[in-house]
Unconditional design. Structure first.
Length: 237
């Protein structure tokens, strides 16, 4: 009886060990060789994200400038002109109270209507400048200092609106132009950080279809210089 009990216990232990080894081997296979379905299902999502970003992204340049008290005290005109030392697109200028002031760029020089000491400048071809006709005081390079210049990519408000119009009116051609995988559909929504919806460009999704989604933090710049942080959700099915 004792020998039978020992043999039976050893046999059970062997079964348990074999099962543990088998489960471990299956788990290793899943890690080493993920299902092709999972790999290919993200291709449409990656393609949609890349296409949307390429279509809507623009370059934005930011820098600040500080002018000396003496230069501003000697400025008897309502505007001044200075050279930031680089070629710029259209500009938006903010004074020390973050209020927008009239400013224009001819590429090399910037004309500003104001007499403060500290200004912030944003430059992009997205902007609509406030034009004014003034004979501005020319500032010398010793009259001002330029802060650190930053360049980064943001979403263009006007190009997002254009994309929304194309999505609503010519969706099939948009999918072709975006080079999405065959039989793949996509949509996107934009929401402010507090959850308020900015834009919705989505189509009816299948009830039982597999919908993949990705949330991306973005910054949007509008033609009047407004900058807005938002969340973009991209979906494919």
């Amino acid at each position: 009886m004792k020998k039978r009990t020992i043999k039976k216990g050893a046999s059970n232990l062997e079964i348990i060990l074999s099962f543990v080894i088998f489960v471990g081997f299956i788990f290793f296979l899943f890690l080493a060789f993920p299902l092709n379905r999972t790999q290919t299902s993200t291709v449409g999502l990656d393609s949609a994200e890349r296409a949307i970003m390429n279509f809507t992204n623009i370059d934005l340049v930011y820098f600040s400038a500080v002018f000396s008290d003496e230069s501003m005290a000697q400025n008897e005109k309502t505007c001044f002109s200075f050279q930031p030392g680089r070629i710029l697109d259209k500009v938006i200028a903010l004074d020390e109270n973050d209020n927008r002031v009239n400013a224009m760029s001819d590429g090399e020089s910037i004309n500003v209507e104001g007499n403060g000491r500290f200004f912030q400048f944003y430059s992009s071809n997205e902007f609509v400048e406030n034009s004014f006709n003034e004979d501005c005081t020319q500032m010398n390079s010793s009259d001002y200092g330029i802060g650190l210049v930053r360049e980064y990519s943001v979403l263009s408000g006007s190009r997002i609106e254009l994309l929304k119009g194309m999505y609503d009116k010519d969706y099939l051609n948009l999918v072709i132009n975006f080079s999405l995988p065959s039989k793949s559909n996509f949509g996107f929504t934009l929401r402010e950080i507090n959850g308020t919806e900015i834009m919705n460009a989505t189509r009816k999704k299948p009830v039982r279809g597999n919908v993949l989604a990705r949330d991306l933090p973005v910054q949007i710049v509008y033609s009047d210089g407004e900058l807005k942080y938002a969340m973009m959700r991209i979906e494919t099915w």
